[in-house]
Design a protein around this ligand. Structure first.
Ligand SMILES: NC(=O)c1ccc[n+]([C@@H]2O[C@H](COP(=O)([O-])OP(=O)(O)OC[C@H]3O[C@@H](n4cnc5c(N)ncnc54)[C@H](OP(=O)(O)O)[C@@H]3O)[C@@H](O)[C@H]2O)c1
Length: 251
């Protein structure tokens, strides 16, 4: 797919990977880029092709309101997400963060896809397809114990993505699974001892994967190596992830 002249919606576009996806979409000649934010004026991109749309992905009414502002759509990128580094067994007060991860990372794309698919499917054909991109992580396929609840939310998003692809196949909408590795954004503050890729590199790879009609894209050595490990030896990949433990449990 050529992005020239296309209309794109990117959730969580005011910072991090989402902001870079907007910049890369401009670079590739998209005619209209709808970037979502939760606070008016936080999408500080001064470009007449970019329009800020307010959207709280957890709130279906907010998603519907956003949809009513858009007349046509070719590409939908579900990028908004949260990470709280909460293990599966945690203090009770931490469980509110697990709830937020499920609400944003899984129920968010579920809301957005349910509201937007009819618009995305409009005027599509085998020569003019629509695309949904779900930004996940290899943590959708293995569980790192120190952030077990985030992994659970991303596993749910992978199940959603597979169901989506099956249901949309006959409507000329392709679905791309995007797996960034550790990326230098607000989400990974404090992990500065680990190698990270830039959000712009992630965005470039995702956009190239859309252009090449791929079903999956992995960005960064950690993501590529983990994907390979999962493919060849799923148990070994989970054993490797199990090295990343939270503090020991105390009875
Ligand atoms: N960074 C990494 O290492 C990494 C690796 C693999 C996958 N990912 C995934 O990549 C995506 C982007 O992550 P990032 O690193 O760019 O994170 P980020 O810099 O923390 O940005 C997150 C974005 O999501 C938005 N958002 C959060 N909760 C929302 C909600 N309830 N409704 C609407 N928007 C919401 C944020 O908006 P506000 O500014 O309003 O909070 C922000 O725009 C996420 O899905 C993440 O899981 C990231």
């Amino acid at each position: 797919m050529n992005l020239m002249g296309k209309s794109i919606l990117i959730t969580g576009a005011n910072r991090g990977i989402g902001k870079s996806l907007v910049l890369e979409s401009i670079e590739k000649g998209a005619s209209k880029i709808y970037g979502t934010s939760r606070k008016e004026g936080s999408l500080d991109l001064n470009n007449n092709k970019v329009e800020e749309i307010i959207m709280e992905v957890r709130d279906i009414e907010s998603v519907k309101k956003a949809m009513n502002k858009i007349s046509s759509l070719d590409i939908l990128i579900n990028n908004a997400g949260v990470l709280h580094n909460v293990p599966i067994l945690s203090e009770e007060e931490q469980l509110k963060y697990a709830k937020e991860e499920i609400e944003v990372n899984y129920l968010g794309p579920l809301n957005v896809c349910n509201i937007f698919w009819p618009l995305l499917a409009k005027n599509k054909s085998s020569d003019n397809k629509g695309v949904i991109v779900n930004v996940m992580s290899t943590l959708a396929k293995v569980t790192y114990p120190f952030c077990g609840t985030y992994c659970a939310s991303k596993h749910a998003t992978l199940a959603l993505t597979r169901g989506l692809r099956a249901q949309l196949k006959d409507l000329n909408i392709d679905v791309l699974e995007a797996y960034p590795g550790l990326t230098d954004t607000d989400m990974t503050k404090g992990l500065d001892h680990l190698p990270k890729v830039t959000p712009l590199k992630v965005a470039k790879k995702i956009i190239t994967a859309i252009e090449n009609n791929q079903q999956e894209v992995y960005v960064g050595d950690d993501s590529i190596e983990m994907a390979d490990h999962i493919l060849k030896d799923p148990k070994g990949a989970q054993d490797e992830a199990n090295q990343y433990m939270p503090d020991s449990l105390k009875i």
